[in-house]
Write a protein that binds this ligand. Structure first.
Ligand SMILES: Nc1nc(=O)c2c([nH]1)NC[C@@H]1CN(c3ccc(C(=O)N[C@@H](CCC(=O)O)C(=O)O)cc3)CN21
Ligand SMILES: CC(C)C(=O)C(=O)O
Ligand SMILES: [Mg+2]
Length: 308
């Protein structure tokens, strides 16, 4: 037995985390880059809690999980992503990460946790990276957060840029609108993408920009692009998991493809349960409950009489 396999057999946790077995080891940025170089279309979804983390981790071919600050709206019910306190986002990250062991994980830096200064940004980023399992942090923005992005990269945190529609800045752009429909705006998005690539971003998330602009940008850059509402021309696709599963009863954006109607199926299942309770057909004595031997029950009655 080699000393390495001896150590591995003695330390099963370590063995599992660092095993080369493809189904156990967590995907790294290197793995994502290899798939990108091989022109493999990459698939990503968000996860917002332990349940959605487990769903994402269980999809065999899914490549990337994003802990999106969209969880503020989707699982906490806030009206925008601006409103969630950092700690609430942080605890949600902990829940997701308990469930994700195989996928490459990107986490958002939520609004209010990085804009004020480079040191505020580093402090928030370090807290998140200390959770383990996160491979890259995403910052919404380009030039406006350049110093923060550069510093994270300098200290060894891979950064994913996020341009086009920046939901944390929806107040300034008049809502969740497609960005880059005019020549000048589209050119600015391309320039901003190049800037982010030049300062060292590992990946770029593009949100709600015209398909031709997203494809052009992806062809011109040598880093993977992750698109949402950007059509088929990006290196990766991402959707909010709650949107693709139809988990909410609110309308979704045009770019969403719903793969199931979880909300109405769930309400339907709850209605059937309530119906069974009302008619007395659930629970049944035989299948859903626990027996006691007749003699034990009689003995119990005797004890109660004696104690009386
Ligand atoms: N559930 C959910 N899914 C998301 O994708 C998502 C969130 N929440 N919250 C944070 C942001 C907000 N996002 C949104 C929300 C709405 C539209 C939307 O309705 N867009 C219009 C575009 C109209 C236009 O400019 O032409 C649409 O009709 O699709 C887009 C992105 C994306 N993010
Ligand atoms: C919509 C995606 C790109 C995101 O940033 C999120 O889910 O927070
Ligand atoms: Mg986000």
């Amino acid at each position: 037995m080699s000393s390495f396999s001896l150590i591995r057999s003695l330390v099963p946790r370590l063995g599992a985390r660092y095993s080369s077995h493809a189904t156990v080891r967590q995907k790294t940025l290197t793995d994502i880059r290899k798939l990108y170089k091989a022109k493999e279309p990459l698939a990503a979804i968000t996860a917002h809690d332990y349940i959605t983390g487990r769903i994402a981790d269980s999809s065999e071919k899914l490549d990337i999980v994003l802990i999106g600050d969209s969880l503020a709206m989707v699982s906490k019910g806030y009206a925008s992503t601006l409103e969630i306190p950092f700690d609430d986002y942080y605890y949600a990250c902990k829940s997701v990460l308990r469930g994700v062991n195989q996928k490459f994980v990107i986490a958002d830096l939520p609004f209010g946790s990085f804009e004020a200064s480079v040191s505020q940004c580093v402090e928030s980023a370090v807290k998140l990276m200390k959770l383990g399992k996160i491979g890259s942090l995403k910052i919404e923005g380009g030039y406006e957060h350049g110093e923060q992005i550069k510093r994270l990269i300098e200290i060894g945190i891979p950064v994913t840029g996020h341009i086009g529609l920046k939901p944390q800045q929806f107040n300034a752009v008049g809502g969740y609108r497609v960005q880059g429909k005019k020549a000048r705006d589209a050119a600015n998005i391309i320039k901003e993408a190049k800037y982010l690539r030049d300062i060292g971003c590992s990946m770029l998330l593009l949100e709600c920009i015209p398909h031709k602009v997203a494809q052009y940008l992806t062809e011109k850059l040598d880093i993977p692009t992750i698109g949402i509402g950007c059509g088929p021309g990006t290196s990766a696709q991402i959707l909010v998991q709650a949107d693709l599963l139809g988990m909410l009863d609110s309308p979704t954006a045009k770019f969403v493809q719903k793969y199931m109607d979880f909300h109405s199926e769930a309400v339907n299942a709850v209605d059937r349960y309530v119906g069974d309770v009302k008619t007395g057909s659930f629970p049944s004595k035989e299948t859903h409950s626990y027996p006691i031997k007749e003699e034990e029950f009689e003995a119990m009655e005797k004890i109660l009489q004696q104690d009386h």
